[in-house]
Design a protein around this ligand. Structure first.
Ligand SMILES: Nc1ncnc2c1ncn2[C@@H]1O[C@H](COP(=O)(O)OP(=O)(O)OP(=O)(O)O)[C@@H](O)[C@H]1O
Length: 253
């Protein structure tokens, strides 16, 4: 059975999508069959992986709101072994449209269940909120990976997220584990970074791995330089840190 990892943090711009896209590409490069599920209405993982917005007929919206089968929305990407369920701006209304739906927190879990046997990893790129879409991701996931940008307000935001994760563990998904914390856009290990890690360890008994993604890692080497989300060529130096992260994810199993 494939492992489902939600990449979540309700804080905006902390590196969720950049981590999701590059981790997915690196896991695929290491020979794993990977499905990236974009549940952020901004659709940055979708465009970041190379799918033009005008080129999308069906997306995760049709799965969650219109009951379409997830397998019918999966698309191949230009990267071998990497597939995506795209998102479009249509998804922005889904949280309101789903209000009358009973068990609306488990729609994604149910939709992805038949795909778990077909992929080694399913990565879910969450939107910057703790709303219904993120709850669906946390409920569908086996583990959650938290990108944290180490700045002054990081700890406060993190404690909100960890509180939500604990509530999800209690009420919606007793199997949810913490996969790890990715400290993004850091130049070096700082006191704030260490404080963030300590905070996480207070909440979780599982061993949490820590990966540091430096700020502006050779952005100029990225083939999609100039786009908001950088998808590194896995052979480039910029991808090294994501390859290390992918190896840690594999080692954890
Ligand atoms: N390691 C990094 N070094 C420099 N810039 C980075 C790094 N990681 C991400 N960025 C940049 O920071 C911005 C936000 O990153 P990203 O979109 O991945 O965050 P996000 O948490 O998914 O955002 P949102 O909350 O809007 O979904 C992007 O412009 C991205 O290119």
């Amino acid at each position: 059975m494939g492992k489902v990892i939600a990449i979540a943090n309700q804080k905006g711009g902390v590196g969720k999508t950049t981590t999701a896209v590059n981790l997915a590409a690196c896991l695929a490069h290491l020979g794993k069959k990977v499905l990236l599920v974009d549940i952020d209405p901004q659709g940055n993982a979708t465009s970041g992986i190379g799918i033009e917005k005008g080129d999308i007929d069906e997306c995760i919206y049709n799965v969650l709101v219109e009951d379409m089968k997830a397998k019918d929305v999966v698309r191949p990407t230009n990267i071998e072994h990497l597939y995506i369920i795209p998102a479009t701006i249509q998804l922005a209304g889904a949280e309101i449209e789903l209000v009358p739906v009973v068990s609306r927190e488990i729609l994604l879990k149910n939709a992805l269940a038949p795909l778990k046997e077909q992929y080694d990893f399913i990565l879910i790129d969450c939107p910057p909120s703790l709303g219904l879409l993120t709850l669906n991701a946390l409920t569908a996931a086996d583990a959650v990976l938290i990108p944290v940008q180490c700045e002054y307000y990081a700890l406060e935001g993190l404690s909100q997220l960890l509180n939500t994760i604990r509530l999800v563990q209690k009420h919606l998904n007793t199997n949810l584990k913490l996969e790890g914390v990715v400290l993004t856009m850091l130049d070096a290990r700082t006191n704030l970074g260490l404080q963030v890690i300590q905070e996480v360890k207070k909440y979780f008994r599982e061993k949490v791995y820590e990966t540091i993604i430096p700020r502006n890692v050779r952005l100029s080497e990225a083939p999609s330089h100039g786009k908001p989300i950088i998808l590194y060529d896995v052979r480039s130096k910029g991808a090294e840190v994501y390859l290390e992260l992918a190896k840690e994810v594999l080692a954890r199993g």
